[in-house]
Design a protein around this ligand. Structure first.
Ligand code: HMG
Ligand code: MG
Length: 284
């Protein structure tokens, strides 16, 4: 039987959050609706964060109410605090994500909090989500390198990932936010994290700044990971990670892993149309 690799589509969130152009709500809805036809099981639709911090995601509430949902697709959103959680519940997000960092410099830049303060903010979100059976994913950013603090220790990544997992995150996504990881640094980081969390509860989230994301995916596959985050058209980046380019492109990851013999369940004709639509938004 063919082994499966799942791509968690990030385009509408990680992809569009960093685009400078004026992207309308209708364009975002059209992108999510097209992606819903592609065979993804999970799509990150937006962020319920401060609109002052990330103006591009200010209309995530409207995007959620505008999309046509498929029953078998989970439509996710980022929630940094209880205010974001309440907005996500009101928007009827299928799942939410809390997002921490393995480096203090990035935690401060991205969330205006220390790592410890961010974990304190996440605890009541987890508590409330548990009561309504809302699945929560966790992210750890800067898993190999931080734009402010330099190289990240694998043990620190393992510590934060384990905290998020122990808090109840069903999966922890490991973010090479800067896109400077190498197969060697990614492997060292994963070996540390795998002492705390089994491979089937981990995902790789690799930005492609240095063009090594596919190599980093290969290193992760070798260590048992089978879920990867990617954005159609390779859009985006993080506004609080200076110099970081977009997520690795979904269409490249899908083609790559299919060449290696894995099945993604994606309709590549639709994925490529969505990539074209996404690239059109970049130049808007
Ligand atoms: P703060 O300024 O310290 O927060 O920001 P605050 O609590 O003092 O609130 C400031 C204002 O924001 C207030 O409004 C709040 O009401 C409002 P005012 O009184 O000034 O009018 N506010 C909100 N509004 C709507 N929704 C909310 C919300 N929260 C506060 N949820 C805060 C702290 C966490 C809010 C801010 O730092 C923030 O929003 N950060 C998010 C940054 C972000 O979204 N970054 C990109 C996503 S992370 C990423 O891309 C990495 C990832 O892809 C993985 C990887 O690649 O590594 C996941
Ligand atoms: Mg990211």
């Amino acid at each position: 039987m063919t082994e499966t690799v799942e791509i968690f589509e990030m385009g509408p969130r990680d992809g569009l959050q960093n685009e400078k152009g004026n992207i309308s709500t209708a364009q975002k809805v059209a992108l999510v609706d097209l992606l819903s036809d592609a065979g993804f099981r999970r799509i990150e639709v937006g962020s319920f964060v401060s609109p002052k911090w990330v103006p591009q995601m200010a209309d995530s509430d409207e995007v959620f109410s505008g999309i046509t949902r498929r029953p078998n697709i989970s439509y996710g959103a980022l929630t940094p605090n209880l205010k974001g959680y309440v907005r996500a519940v009101e928007a009827d997000a299928s799942e939410i994500a809390i997002f921490g960092s393995a480096s203090e410099g990035f935690s401060k830049a991205n969330l205006n909090m220390s790592i410890a303060e961010s974990l304190e903010k996440f605890a009541p979100i987890m508590e409330k989500a548990r009561h309504i059976d809302m699945p929560v994913r966790g992210y750890v950013s800067c898993v190999t390198d931080c734009p402010f603090d330099g190289p990240t220790s694998p043990d620190k990544v393992a510590e934060i990932a384990a905290e998020l997992f122990a808090m109840g995150c069903y999966e922890v996504s490991l973010g090479d936010t800067l896109g400077q990881g190498t197969p060697d640094s990614i492997s060292k980081m994963l070996i540390a994290v795998l002492k705390e969390i089994p491979a089937h509860r981990l995902a790789g989230h690799y930005h492609d700044t240095a063009g090594r994301a596919l190599d980093n995916i290969d290193a992760s596959l070798a260590l048992g990971l089978r879920v990867f985050d990617a954005a159609v058209g390779g859009l985006g980046g993080c506004p609080y990670a200076p110099g970081a380019a977009g997520n690795v492109a979904t269409e490249e990851v899908a083609a790559h892993v299919e060449r290696l013999g894995y099945s993604t369940g994606l309709d590549m004709t639709v994925v490529n149309r969505a990539a074209e639509m996404a690239r059109g938004m970049r130049s808007a």
